[in-house]
Design a binder for this molecule. Structure first.
Ligand SMILES: Nc1ncnc2c1ncn2[C@@H]1O[C@H](COP(=O)(O)OP(=O)(O)OP(=O)(O)O)[C@@H](O)[C@H]1O
Length: 367
């Protein structure tokens, strides 16, 4: 069943002409820079925005077909959309907010309470069910909004920019909660799919089975998240040249330290970081980190870190970007101030070590 959800839609006023399919049971990341048209596409799937031309179908049901003048109302579509910057009802408790999901689908009060508690348990929020939104942190409030959308148990779940507006430190815990919710959704029903719109490529790696990249209203790439990252020709993916990706295998780390796993690269270097909960020792993995998380050292025997050979040195504003090759995959980038760069006196071809701050590293399964 490869064509479970299909969308082909033009929206002339916003310069959108996009189409893609989402298979049954799949989590798809809809990626692209701000203004690429991701929100508009989600709105056309949900039915809150009407395409000028196109089709939206789910399994055998036609939800929209401009040629046949079919346009199923928003409430008639088995689809839930969590909008950008979702808000909670301040007068309701966490549980009541989440009950609102199943209630909006016509569940009885008893059934809604049962479903809400199940999903809150899956999100690890069971302790907070009686709290009012004002007493929640921003990260907790976002997890409750996500849980409410999951508790609707729609066949198609659309999440628009789920981490938008959060402080950087709040993204990792909310992402971890979203992974738990996605896992439960996958266990609960096969006939569902989820589309997550985000401007952060790492969300594709962290959350999705498939990635579709949009630019200027059009789809420019589609495939597995790691495949798209490795091979994309799009400008958006080229921007990611600024994100370090290191591929390898999850391994047991020093048992005295948390987390218990780290990643070993194909070339034998080890890197620690925040490890996704569903990664097990021996699994293929990818470590993601920013150039600023890297400290460059001259190579000395026994120096722990990622050994590289300096491939290029580039001015990057007032800073210097050091590109180093560690394995035969893409180069890694470190970013230094001019003084540090002078002190190291690096040259192309020199051996160096990239020491990466584990607090700035995320390690995900590599699909
Ligand atoms: N309600 C609207 N009315 C008219 N034009 C809109 C509306 N919302 C968005 N647009 C325009 O449509 C284009 C696509 O925007 P859209 O919000 O769908 O992109 P996006 O990829 O979701 O970006 P963002 O992350 O900023 O939301 C942009 O040019 C935007 O200015």
């Amino acid at each position: 069943m490869s064509e479970w959800l299909k969308i082909r839609a033009q929206l002339v006023e916003r310069g959108i002409d996009a189409g893609f399919d989402v298979s049954r049971g799949v989590v798809l990341a809809l990626l692209g820079p701000e203004g690429a048209g991701k929100s508009s596409v989600l709105a056309m799937i949900a039915g809150t925005v009407t395409p000028d031309r196109g089709e939206v179908t789910l399994a055998d049901a036609v939800l929209f077909d401009s040629a046949a003048s079919v346009d199923v109302a928003v409430t008639g579509r088995p689809i839930a959309l969590m909008p950008q910057r979702p808000v909670l009802y301040t007068s309701l408790t966490v549980r009541e907010n989440v009950e609102y999901g199943p209630r909006s689908r016509g569940s009885s009060a008893t059934e809604a309470a049962r479903v809400a508690l199940e999903w809150l348990g899956a999100a690890d929020m069971a302790d907070l069910v009686r709290r009012r939104p004002r007493k929640l942190t921003a990260a907790q409030a976002r997890v409750v909004a996500l849980t409410r959308a999951f508790a609707e148990e729609p066949r198609v779940l659309l999440l628009d920019d789920p981490f938008g507006g959060l402080e950087p430190a709040d993204v990792a815990p909310v992402r971890a909660a979203l992974r738990r919710l996605l896992r439960r959704r996958a266990d609960a029903a096969r006939s569902t799919s989820t589309v997550i719109a985000s401007a952060e490529f790492v969300d594709g790696l962290a959350l999705a089975d498939r990635a579709v990249v949009m630019e200027n209203g059009m789809v420019v790439d589609a495939g597995t998240p790691t495949g798209v990252l490795a091979e994309s020709r799009s400008l958006f993916a080229a921007d990611l040249a600024g994100t370090n990706l290191l591929f390898g295998t999850a391994v047991e780390a020093d048992p005295a330290r948390r987390p218990a796993l780290a990643m070993r690269t194909e070339a034998g270097a080890q890197i620690g970081g925040a490890v996704a909960a569903d990664l097990g020792a021996g699994d293929p993995a990818v470590a993601v980190f920013a150039p600023r998380a890297v400290t460059v050292r001259r190579a000395q025997d026994g120096m722990p870190g990622i050994p590289v050979r300096v491939a290029r040195l580039q001015a990057y504003g007032a800073r210097i970007r050091v590109r180093g090759s560690h394995d035969d995959r893409r180069e890694l980038i470190a970013e230094l101030g001019p003084a540090a760069a002078r002190e190291l006196a690096l040259e192309v071809g020199a051996e160096a070590v990239f020491v990466v701050d584990p607090d700035a590293v995320e390690i995900f399964p590599a699909g």
